[in-house]
Design a protein around this ligand. Structure first.
Ligand code: SF4
Ligand code: SF4
Ligand code: SF4
Length: 298
């Protein structure tokens, strides 16, 4: 006899049982935390109807409606769907993708991040996984979205190049570098690649255009974690094209899906499940001219 699977709303990852288990908190799917005025109005109306009068903003750029009665879950789910703010996920699956404002608004950004998060969401949101997979994008190494503490982190980087030319040794660029990677020696600037984290801040600052940038690129890190014993993810690869980035994300997700064990965080099993083999495989699949070798973030 075939056993029928329970697919009711209470089984969804975005439905979280509260301390008083007659009630649930319902988390929404809002990739990159972007919400339109119409959706906001809809969420306000739905919150008023099914919740206890307030909504809550989460750490993963989404919203949740607290104190929903179990009996109301199915109706609430339908209304959220119709409002284009469907139920989110929060279990062993791909959860809300987060992103900083990126080149849309931030002056320090090296990459566009909002539509990138939406593209990744479209392909992978809610996919069942052996472990919870958080994906975050910071458009520069300032890492406002703490992407390196996520299972998959994407950081926008840009490598500076010291162009031949007449450096006056004015020190303007030196003052801009927070890493101490630029020094003036013998009347001209020297770039220390060991210290440089490719934040790109010094590019365009030179009044004589002696520092220019390589094309902006995406650094992918894997296996970060928060919680009791936080750890930053390991650098996997830095790629220059968005298509290649999607290919890399594809490979990492497939690898986690096939290899990771449930019951433990990804960070705690990276070596066991072959991070180095993944790295080699990823490098093989990307054409060398589309990767960047440089100092990796530590
Ligand atoms: S991570 Fe960088 S680009 Fe993104 S908001 Fe922070 S400073 Fe701006
Ligand atoms: S890219 Fe950033 S870290 Fe590197 S030299 Fe320029 S300012 Fe310093
Ligand atoms: S690279 Fe440009 S900003 Fe830096 S010391 Fe030389 S002239 Fe000044």
């Amino acid at each position: 006899m075939e056993i029928e699977r329970d697919t009711g709303m209470h089984t969804r990852g975005g439905v979280i049982t509260e301390r008083n288990n007659d009630f649930c908190t319902v988390r929404l799917r809002l990739p990159a935390g972007v919400i339109t005025p119409e959706q906001l109005v809809g969420v306000a109306r739905i919150t008023e109807k099914y919740g206890a009068g307030t909504a809550h903003l989460t750490a993963r750029q989404t919203m949740e409606i607290p104190h929903v009665k179990i009996a109301d879950l199915e109706d609430l789910g339908r209304e959220l769907e119709a409002n284009n703010t469907p139920v989110g996920s929060e279990r062993e699956e791909i959860v809300n993708i987060t992103a900083c404002p990126g080149t849309d608004r931030c002056r320090l950004a090296n990459i566009e991040s909002i539509t990138l998060a939406q593209e990744i969401d479209k392909r992978f949101f809610g996919k069942n996984m052996p472990v919870r997979v958080r994906i975050a994008i910071s458009a520069c190494p300032n890492s406002c979205l703490s992407e390196r503490l996520c299972e998959i982190g994407i950081t926008g980087v840009q490598q500076p190049i010291r162009d031949p030319g007449l450096c006056t040794g004015c020190g303007t660029c030196v003052n801009f570098c927070k890493e101490g990677a630029l020094v003036v020696k013998g009347g001209e600037v020297i770039l220390n690649r060991e210290k440089c984290i490719d934040c790109g801040n010094c590019i365009h600052i030179c009044p004589f255009s002696i520092i220019r940038g390589e094309p902006p690129a995406y650094l992918v890190t894997v296996g970060g974690k928060r919680g009791r014993h936080p750890m930053t993810g390991r650098p996997l690869i830095t790629v220059t094209s968005r298509d290649d980035l999607h290919l890399v994300i594809d490979k990492v997700i497939t690898w986690i899906y096939r290899k990771a064990w449930d019951g433990r965080l990804l960070a705690d099993q990276l070596d066991e499940i072959g991070f180095d083999t993944l790295k080699k495989d990823v490098f093989k699949s990307i054409s060398p001219e589309n990767t960047v070798t440089g100092p990796e973030l530590s």
